[in-house]
Structure formats: structure tokens, C-alpha cells
Design a protein around this ligand. Structure first.
Ligand code: SD4
Length: 344
């Protein structure tokens, strides 16, 4: 039976939902309070990554430690194309982008980083040990080595070598943005099909709220497969692939980075939440903004946002169907399919 307090609470939120987002999913009803941590991350690889984050959150650790540990799981995974096992650029080199941001606007980022297994940890060192936010390329690698990160062998994984050999047959520099065959709508950022038949993705964005109620986020990627050498996407760019404002909420993005960057995607979502929109409504508005900018070409790209507000209410929205995110709290651990601008 629903008690009065719960009823008032529910009706306040139902009417707010009417203003901001007509079909309010159940997940947005959650009220995070101190002592009730939450972690969310993009794509199905997020399920494993969330477990890594949960080891920290369940022991009253910080959201910052959680989002680093969480995406490190994915960076290490042989089954996922986020880290050094990912598809290379068109010259055959794997280059990685990553960033991290805490609850006090501290942030660090690395881009175009080669031969380092955990870019997210280097990003954290940039945040904590330098006066800068972002290091790129050889400078980022030198910093990593100076910080004691081992320089890994420059060798493609078997899957990546196979994919690269295949790509070289045509060397199509402008592949169709939506991979019609796999119907996943991820285009050049297509998830690779694994030998076991499952799909995987080349990016993970994660946001967590710890038991203190503080938010942090991380994002790490190999970027677009067979990209131009030196290309950097949205993932390491604070405000594009990730943004955290501890008073309001946090957001991370995935998909075609160029189109996330041009609308300062994650920052824009957080700003809409500041104005009172629920996370899903805020994500939807920025997806719609991108769709408007792209016009006809919107159908050819995938972009998705995943956000949480200060109450622990979660929402996501994508251009194409197929985007899902993983959520873990004290009460649940699951994958959720996001709504999308296109329905088929
Ligand atoms: C990028 N946003 O480099 C990344 C790619 C991505 O799932 O999210 N792939 O543009």
C-alpha cells in the first residue's frame, strides 16, 4: 500500500514529469540519498565495469575511485574494443582517448595516447599531478612513462588485425556511418562482432554517485576504428564526452564524437538538468539538437547520452535504437534499453 508521504512524493514527480518528460521511466523515480550509491555506464560492457566500480562504492569508497576502477575493467578486457585490443587507426596504430572528472570540477584527460593500457589512470594523474587538464600524443605517453606506466608492445590483437586486414581491402576512408548490415546503427563506431557472436563497443562512459552523495565520471575509448591518424573524438573532451557538476548531475556520451563535440553534448545535458529537466528529457533535447543540425544526415549517425541527476534519477536517449546502458545500485543490477529518436 502506498503511504501518504510516498503518494505526495510520487504525485510531485508525476506532475514534474508532465512538464518535462511525459513518459517517465521507472528508473527516474529513484531517490538517491546519502548512503545509496549508484553507478551507470554505457553499453553492455558496462555490466562488468559496474561490478568493478561497485567494489569501491560498496565499501564507502569515493565515486572518483569507482569510475576509474570501473572503466579499467573494460580497458583490460580481451572481449571489448575499448583499450589496446581495439581497432587501429587507418595507419594501423591503436590510439586511445580518456578523461575523468570529480565532484569539484577537477578534471584530467589524455588523447591520441599509444601503448598505454590504462589511459583513464593517466588522465587521473594529469588531473592530480599537473597544472593542466589535457595531455596528448607523445607528450601524454612520456608523462605516463615518467609516472611509471609500462609501455606496452605495439601489436594489434588478433581480432583487430583481422578487422584491419579486412578494412585494408577497400581502405574506405568514409565508411557509411550507419552499418546497415548489423542494424545496430553505430556506423564507423560499430561494435565489433566477437567470435562468440556478441557485439561489443569501442567506448565506455561511466558516472557514479558515492555514499557521500558525490558524483564523478570517466570516459575511455579507442575512438573510431580506422580513423585518420591523430583524430580525437569527444570522449576525452570535458564537456563533450563527459561532464560532472556535483550540484546538478553528470552526463556521458557515446557515438559519433564529432557531433557530440559541436554541441558540447554532456555539458549541455547537465545544463538542461540544472533548468529542471529530468535526465532522459535533457538527453533527448540534445539528441534532437544534433538531429536538427544534421538534417537528413542524422539517420547516418549514432549518438547517445546517459545522465544522472543529483537525486540519482537516471535517463538516456539515442538517435538510433540499440543503445543500452548498465545500472547498478543496492537494489538492482541490469541493462536498460534507451529510447531513441528513430524507432526502427
Ligand atoms: C568517439 N565517441 O571517438 C567515440 C566513439 C564511441 O562507441 O563512442 N563509440 O567519437
Amino acid at each position: 500500500m502506498i503511504n501518504r508521504r510516498k503518494f505526495i512524493h510520487a504525485s510531485v514527480f508525476t506532475s514534474l514529469a508532465g512538464l518535462t518528460n511525459k513518459r517517465l521511466p521507472a528508473i527516474q523515480d529513484r531517490q538517491a540519498v546519502k548512503g545509496n550509491p549508484i553507478v551507470i555506464s554505457t553499453w553492455d560492457a558496462g555490466l562488468e565495469a559496474n561490478k568493478g566500480a561497485w567494489e569501491v562504492l560498496s565499501k564507502n569508497g569515493t565515486a572518483l575511485d569507482a569510475v576509474e576502477k570501473g572503466v579499467m575493467v573494460t580497458e583490460s578486457s580481451k572481449n571489448c574494443c575499448v583499450g589496446l585490443g581495439a581497432n587501429p587507426d587507418r595507419d594501423g596504430f591503436v590510439t586511445l582517448d580518456s578523461c575523468i572528472m570529480d565532484h569539484q570540477f577537477n578534471c584530467g584527460s589524455v588523447a591520441f595516447l599509444e601503448r598505454i593500457k590504462h589511459p583513464v589512470s593517466v588522465a587521473r594523474r594529469v588531473m592530480e599531478k599537473t597544472p593542466h587538464v589535457m595531455l596528448v600524443g607523445i607528450g601524454a605517453q612520456q608523462f605516463a612513462v615518467a609516472e611509471g606506466f609500462p609501455l606496452e608492445e605495439q601489436k594489434l590483437s588478433e581480432d583487430a588485425q583481422r578487422a584491419y586486414d579486412n578494412w585494408l581491402k577497400k581502405s574506405e576512408y568514409h565508411p557509411p556511418a550507419v552499418n546497415v548490415e548489423n542494424k545496430q546503427g553505430h556506423g564507423p563506431f560499430a561494435p565489433a562482432k566477437l567470435d562468440n557472436g556478441e557485439w561489443n563497443h569501442d567506448t565506455i562512459g561511466m558516472v557514479a554517485m558515492d555514499a557521500m552523495g558525490n558524483l564523478s565520471g570517466s570516459c575511455t575509448t579507442s575512438g573510431a576504428g580506422f580513423k585518420m591518424r591523430g583524430r580525437v573524438g569527444d570522449s576525452p573532451i570535458i564537456g563533450a564526452g563527459l561532464f560532472v557538476d556535483n550540484e546538478v548531475g553528470a552526463c556521458t556520451a557515446t557515438g559519433q564524437g564529432e557531433d557530440v563535440i559541436r554541441v558540447a553534448g554532456s555539458h549541455s545535458v547537465v545544463e538542461l538538468m540544472r533548468q529542471g529537466l529530468f535526465p532522459e528529457a535533457a538527453c533527448k533535447k540534445i539528441v534532437e539538437r544534433i538531429v536538427k543540425i544534421k538534417g537528413e544526415k542524422a539517420k547516418d549517425i549514432q549518438v547517445a547520452f546517459l545522465a544522472v541527476n543529483k537525486k540519482g534519477q537516471v535517463g538516456a536517449y539515442a538517435i538510433h535504437p540499440g543503445f543500452e546502458y548498465a545500472i547498478k545500485t543496492n537494489e538492482m543490477e541490469k541493462l536498460v534499453k534507451a529510447k531513441s529518436w528513430l524507432n526502427t
